[in-house]
Design a protein. Structure first.
Length: 64
């Protein structure tokens, strides 16, 4: 069962699942520590970085 979904805020995911930091980094999220991570959802970040959201969420869930 997935614990992480595309509507979650990036900052919340990192707070609750710090082990996902590596996945965010591998996908090119350089702004993890910036203010945007507190209000931007995984889906918004994936769209901004032109990332396949389904694969990204799958990889985040594998990391936890």
């Amino acid at each position: 069962m997935e614990k992480i979904n595309k509507k979650m805020k990036i900052g919340d995911v990192l707070d609750e699942f710090p082990e996902t930091l590596k996945v965010f980094s591998e996908y090119g999220f350089h702004c993890i520590g910036c203010a945007a991570s507190s209000f931007e959802t995984i889906e918004e970040g994936a769209n901004a970085h032109k990332i396949d959201i389904d694969k990204f969420v799958e990889d985040l869930n594998k990391a936890i």
